[in-house]
Ligand binder design. Structure first.
Ligand SMILES: Nc1ncnc2c1ncn2[C@@H]1O[C@H](COP(=O)(O)OP(=O)(O)OP(=O)(O)O)[C@@H](O)[C@H]1O
Length: 671
């Protein structure tokens, strides 16, 4: 075969084969000393999780005591029955033990079948040889039995000579009788009854978790696909914690969305099963399963109930507990709080826990308005600079005055902070703990609680918008708002308000819509849902977001006498009421006022000038109003923001024609 030289024309292209890259994985090499010393992976904790916190230890002691007491009581009540059984089985046990020893010593049982077979076959040789083996082994065993008996006798004589008390003899006899009864009982008849029934949950096992997760159909096909990083499933607080990794790219939130199904697969109530995203990666789940449903668990003692409790709104303070009975804390300063839920979900009491934190900080001014009308905060009213309860016009007016006061206070505080900043006392332009505590700084923290605030928003037009502005402005200025509401629709809880409040606590709600109105869109899908709680039964339980660890939170619910002691202590700490009551601000007609401050011949005024003139006309109402606030308020009457000539410049403001047109429209509508 000849090989012809290949011919190419001039336009040939040589296509190079793709270059292979270098190996992606570095070759294995032995770990060097530097590798070993630079390892910083997590070491396994020495103390088990359940013993690491005081709450965990207390929970373990409580659980052990309850469990032990229950078992002890159960058996004590059945002790007569056990006595009869022991009396019946003990002689049989002694007989069995005695004959077993004799048979063993005689070696009768070992090659009995072989000897019998030899006898049946009439084979004396084999029989004799087998019997010799038996006799040889047996003689040694008789020595052992004899030595045992001598030792026992010696021990008895020794005990007698040593003066063993009668109780010791009785204990020895009882022990022997019990052992004999144990040996004498039939194999399928235990002497003591079972305390737990098979159905009750006592331990979370890997098998339960694996099977339950496979049953969820979230992409886990085989039970073996779940891996449990150390320390595996263990006790944590009053329950079990299983940390596991889902296979492949399945994220933990897929499992959280199916909490109901998970509880069903584990055959447990929903409020006993608490899955969370694990700490290491998004595919890790921390599944905590309580010994009991959370609705049946007690609550640890509240640290603020201590005789010497004193708080600071600048530091994290406990206000609730999570499902594992661990206290949850929050800083009040520079935060606002929204508590939502259906009637009976425990909103007022949840709000009281936050108010208690504020109350025990003697620098904080308290203003409370409750529009349920039943006096849920009446006991705390002597500590408040403004307190109102009711659902009448006067209560709503006071509620509205609180918001107006807050707005004006923001304005005043803005100026004070500016001055403090110039003096170097407020480097970040915010109220600091030092400024807040300084007498006469006018920057002490203010805690404003508006309970059932939807009533106020429905009764006073504009209250919601004003509240929104006050919330936004007051955050850095030491004014803390806490709103509690029943969220029936977007008018009673305007979405703008929800948006500017970061810490939200959703107690029992009926459905996904209400849930997401409080916690934010998508919360329900991410597994944060207050729908699992029943009003009344699970009162105080809710889901909280905007805190370090979002999740379930149950408000502290101290007994009335404990609450009374806390209030008395707060009274002692404060000495007198901090702050002053809001002044009654007569409702004013802003459109009429704006027209009144226009000077003759003026075609219009810029917004900033209008704000100044309004503040001069009625400082009690307009003191805090900025140009933007005036523009927004007049926009509601249809007054447009237009160019107004000032000297040679055009500035945005209100024109006389626009103000007059708005007034005419109003008169026509009134007719
Ligand atoms: N943390 C808690 N633990 C146990 N029970 C609680 C807890 N919080 C509230 N409760 C119980 O729930 C009841 C209702 O509480 P609360 O008045 O706070 O509910 P609410 O949501 O404000 O109700 P409504 O809208 O009807 O006023 C209380 O009387 C109290 O018995």
């Amino acid at each position: 075969m000849t090989t012809l030289p290949m011919e190419y024309d001039d336009e040939r292209h040589v296509i190079e084969a793709d270059q292979r890259g270098g190996p992606v994985d570095a070759p294995d090499r032995k770990a060097t000393f530097a590798d070993v010393v630079s390892r910083d992976e997590q070491t396994r904790p020495i103390v088990p999780a359940v013993l690491r916190s005081p709450e965990g230890r207390r929970a373990l002691v409580r659980w052990s005591a309850r469990y032990g007491a229950n078992r002890a009581l159960y058996h004590v009540t059945r002790s007569p029955k056990y006595g009869v059984k022991v009396a019946a089985y003990a002689p049989r046990g002694m007989w069995r033990a005695g004959t077993a020893v004799l048979w063993w010593a005689a070696g009768g049982r070992e090659n009995f079948h072989l000897r019998q077979e030899a006898a049946n076959k009439n084979d004396p040789h084999t029989w004799q040889s087998l019997n010799r083996t038996r006799a040889k082994e047996s003689s040694a065993r008789w020595w052992v039995v004899g030595a045992g008996l001598v030792l026992l006798l010696a021990a008895l004589i020794g005990a007698e000579l040593a003066g063993m008390p009668p109780v010791g003899w009785w204990a020895a006899v009882v022990g022997m009788v019990l052992v004999a009864a144990r040996l004498g009982r039939p194999a399928d008849k235990p002497i003591v009854d079972r305390v737990t029934t098979g159905q009750r949950f006592t331990k979370l096992t890997a098998e339960m978790v694996r099977n339950a997760v496979v049953a969820l159909s979230i992409g886990v096909k085989e039970p073996g696909q779940l891996t449990f990083p150390p320390p595996g499933i263990h006790k944590d607080g009053p329950g079990w914690l299983a940390r596991f990794n889902l296979p492949g790219a399945i994220v933990a939130t897929t499992l959280l969305e199916k909490r109901d199904n998970l509880a069903a697969a584990l055959r447990l109530p929903v409020d006993q099963v608490w899955p969370e995203v694990g700490p290491d990666h998004p595919g890790q789940v921390d599944l905590w399963v309580g010994y009991q449903p959370s609705s049946k668990m007690g609550q640890p003692r509240w640290a603020l109930a201590a005789d010497n409790a004193r708080t600071s709104v600048f530091e994290a303070q406990p206000f609730a507990t999570d499902a594992r009975q661990r206290p949850l804390s929050t800083v009040l300063f520079a935060r606002n709080f929204l508590i939502g839920g259906q009637p009976g979900s425990g909103k007022s009491y949840a709000a009281r826990t936050l108010l208690t934190i504020a109350m025990l900080d003697p620098t904080v001014e308290l203003k409370v308005a409750e529009f349920k009308g039943v006096g849920d905060f009446l006991d705390m009213s002597p500590l408040c600079s403004t307190y109102v309860v009711g659902v009448d016009d006067e209560a709503f007016e006071t509620g509205s005055d609180i918001i107006t006061w807050a707005l004006a206070e923001c304005e005043r505080r803005g100026k004070r902070i500016l001055e403090a900043k110039k003096r170097g006392e407020a480097p970040e332009g915010k109220v600091t703990p030092e400024l807040a505590a300084k007498r006469g700084s006018g920057l002490h923290p203010v805690f404003i609680l508006l309970d059932e605030v939807h009533e106020l928003f429905a009764a006073v037009p504009g209250a919601a918008a004003a509240c929104e502005r006050a919330i936004k402005r007051g955050r850095a200025l030491g004014i803390i708002f806490c709103l509690a509401t029943q969220i029936p629709d977007k008018d009673s809880l305007p979405p703008n308000i929800t948006r500017c409040i970061t810490t939200r606590w959703c107690l029992s709600v009926l459905g996904q819509v209400e849930n997401d109105m409080i916690l934010g869109t998508g919360a329900y899908k991410r597994g944060f849902t207050g729908t699992v709680y029943r009003p009344g039964v699970d009162a105080g339980w809710g889901v909280m977001v905007g805190v370090d660890k979002p999740g379930s939170a149950r408000s502290f619910f101290p007994k009335p006498e404990v609450t009374a002691a806390i209030v008395a202590r707060a009274g002692q700490l404060r000495g007198q009421v901090v702050g002053e009551d809001v002044e009654r601000v007569e409702a004013r007609d802003m459109l009429a006022d704006a027209r009144a401050v226009l000077r003759p011949g003026e075609a219009g005024v810029p917004w900033a000038v209008l704000a100044e003139r309004l503040a001069e006309l009625a400082p009690e109402m307009y003191a805090g109003y900025t140009a933007d606030m005036v523009r927004e308020s007049l926009a509601r009457y249809g007054v447009d923001s237009m160019d107004v000539k000032v000297g040679r410049k055009n500035l945005k403001g209100a024109r006389r024609t626009s103000l007059d047109a708005a007034q005419q429209r109003r008169e026509i509508e009134a007719e």
